[in-house]
Design a protein around this ligand. Structure first.
Ligand code: KG4
Ligand code: ZN
Length: 349
């Protein structure tokens, strides 16, 4: 089944063509980073308007890259939530309009399910069951995954998401938005001995996260440094290093605990922060030493993209799921409300 996937939940327009037999045929991404840069964060109205401008040209591009006519498309998947209301509406109305015009079904996909299934696009995909660490700009979650739509929340952030914490720490250091990649670039230059930041909530039982204390600690450290004069490049790198180490070791400790609790040996990580090389290396080291396997998406599919939406949509559309007549987007939408796929449905897993 050949599916067109559209991602417009935040500040990236992603479009892809996924075939359940042949795999990913083509994909294209446009990032709005430059549009929002001067505001230091995503401006929802500007995001919606830019999706309006960019989505259809990207649809044309992926069709042309795959040398495929629209008559070959058998279904259209789009991100229906969670995300920014206006941005979601652009993708939803466009996807459903295209599906209607082409006489094929449309399906609203859960953005975090898209992230969670992105490692399935790799050559050696994980088998169910596994524990998933979802770390994006809006979510930090540990989920037990027994199949598509069979999710049990093990723990989540009580305040800021990991990506959001990276973005805020970066802003405090005067780095551009989104800050995660900038902190990640600076951190290796930092002195690991200079600061030791707290690892939030690791001494308490359970699998929830909290990053607000770490954020306050980061701000206090920066203020103390600024009291002695302007921050030097080395100061910035040292803070970035300590901050990244604290987030990474917190995530690693909780992942290890989740695998032990669930008696599982496969960990899947996905979402923008899973692009962090230090996190990848430390998870691999800590869990690999215990005989566990760690899976993550290719770098380009860690952050928002159309391929993950096309993939997730293809599994569900191939199983016979599709939208009703009403256009519905859900800016807030717990992933555990998703329906499971039955074994007989023929979907992957
Ligand atoms: O999944 P994503 O593209 O969007 C959401 O669904 O939120 O994640 C974006 C987040 C941002 O907070 C960004 O700073 C963070 O992922 N991020 C990183 C890295 N690359 C992106 N954080 C740490 N290290 C990175 N290399
Ligand atoms: Zn995302």
């Amino acid at each position: 089944m050949l599916i067109l996937g559209l991602e417009t939940s935040c500040d990236e327009t992603g479009v892809a063509l996924y075939d359940t037999e042949k795999g990913l045929l083509s994909h294209a991404l446009y990032s709005q980073v430059d549009v929002h840069a001067e505001y230091g964060g995503v401006v929802p109205e500007l995001a919606s308007r830019d999706h309006v401008r960019k989505t259809l040209p990207l649809v044309e591009q992926v069709l042309s890259d795959a040398q495929c006519g629209p008559q070959a498309i058998e279904g259209v998947a789009y991100t229906a939530g969670p995300g920014l209301m206006g941005a979601l509406m652009v993708g939803a109305t466009l996807a459903r309009g295209l599906a209607r015009g082409w006489g094929v079904p449309a399906l609203g996909v859960h953005h975090m399910e898209g992230h969670l299934l992105a490692p399935m696009l790799e050559a050696d995909p994980p088998q169910f069951p596994f524990v998933a660490l979802l770390v994006s700009g809006g979510h930090t979650q540990l989920v037990r995954v027994d199949g598509i739509g069979r999710y049990r929340m093990l723990g989540e952030s009580l305040d800021d998401a990991a990506g959001e914490a990276f973005d805020k720490a970066a802003k405090m250091l005067g780095l551009p938005y989104p800050g995660g990649p900038h902190i990640a670039r600076l951190a290796p230059e930092g002195d690991p001995q200079r600061f030791d930041f707290p690892r939030p909530m690791v001494n308490r039982p359970g699998l929830d996260f909290s990053f607000s204390g770490l954020k306050t600690h980061t701000l206090t450290t920066i203020r103390q440094l600024e009291a002695d004069g302007e921050l030097s490049d080395q100061d910035r790198a040292d803070v970035a290093r300590a901050f990244e180490e604290a987030v990474v070791s917190t995530l690693v400790i909780k992942c290890r605990r989740a695998l032990e609790q669930e008696h599982l040996s496969r960990l899947v990580m996905a979402g923008g922060v899973s692009a962090n090389r230090n996190l990848r290396a430390q998870l691999q080291k800590a869990l690999g030493a215990r005989g566990a396997q760690v899976y993550y998406p290719a770098m380009e599919f860690c952050t928002d993209n159309g391929a993950m939406i096309a993939y997730a949509g293809a599994q569900r559309l191939a199983a016979g799921q599709c939208d009703g007549v009403e256009v519905q987007v859900r800016p807030r939408w717990p992933m555990t409300e998703l329906p499971p796929l039955t074994e007989a449905s023929g979907a992957a897993g």
